[in-house]
Design a protein around this ligand. Structure first.
Ligand code: MGP
Length: 191
């Protein structure tokens, strides 16, 4: 069978798209992994796997890497902008917090954890928010109660609400999202 799209001139114009041109992202992003080991220091378990700065390089990674659901309990993936590390202590994170998307037993999202993680990364690296600059990165914690945290650089309420609302819409989330300052349990905001 001939694929319709291949012969559709309305889809592919006469413009030749060179195969070797990659589409740059606004900034580079680092891909991190955390594995719970016997090491005393939390930071020692954190490894930077790679850096990507084009759309194509992201998809290459996506293709080859394990999905969050294939990781071992206790492991994390993290994707952070530029040279920001996925740590509360980094200057870009020190005054900020994270928005937490919980995966509950009773399905509270239209998508599963793997799809949610992919969509969060795409929205982040595609700078899809009005307040994209406020986003430092995202972490998926693979646990009995897994969660995705979207890390915001400060406590700007308008930015937090905009990012939270867009995440809820895109993921089809039916429960509330809480925003906590790093290393604190009390909610600063609920969206
Ligand atoms: P966690 O991995 O973010 O969540 O933090 P987890 O494992 O789901 O447990 P939760 O119930 O606490 O949400 C677990 C622990 O790792 C924290 O209590 C800290 O001891 C340590 N830790 C996590 N982070 C993100 C940091 C960090 O940025 N800096 C430091 N120093 N320790 C951290």
């Amino acid at each position: 069978m001939v694929c319709e799209i291949e012969k559709n001139e309305q889809v592919f114009s006469s413009v030749n798209i060179p195969a070797d041109i990659k589409h740059p992202l606004k900034t580079s992003w680092s891909f991190w992994m955390f594995t719970n080991t016997n090491k005393k220091d939390w930071e020692e378990n954190l490894v930077k796997l790679t850096v990507f700065d084009t759309v194509e390089d992201y998809w290459r990674l996506y293709h080859w890497m394990k999905r969050p659901s294939e990781l071992v309990f206790g492991q994390d993936y993290a994707v952070f902008r530029g040279d920001i590390t996925p740590m509360w202590e980094h200057p870009a994170n020190r005054r900020g917090g994270r928005m937490i998307l919980n995966f509950e037993k009773k399905r509270n999202m239209q998508v599963d954890m793997d799809t949610a993680w992919m969509l969060v990364i795409l929205m982040m690296i595609g700078e899809n928010f009005d307040n994209s600059d406020a986003i430092c990165g995202a972490v998926v914690n693979v646990r009995a109660k897994s969660k995705i945290g979207v890390w915001i650089t400060d406590r700007n309420e308008a930015a937090i609400i905009e990012v939270g609302q867009k995440l809820k819409n895109q993921l089809g989330l039916t429960t509330k999202i809480n925003f906590h300052l790093h290393n604190q349990v009390t909610n600063l905001l609920t969206i």
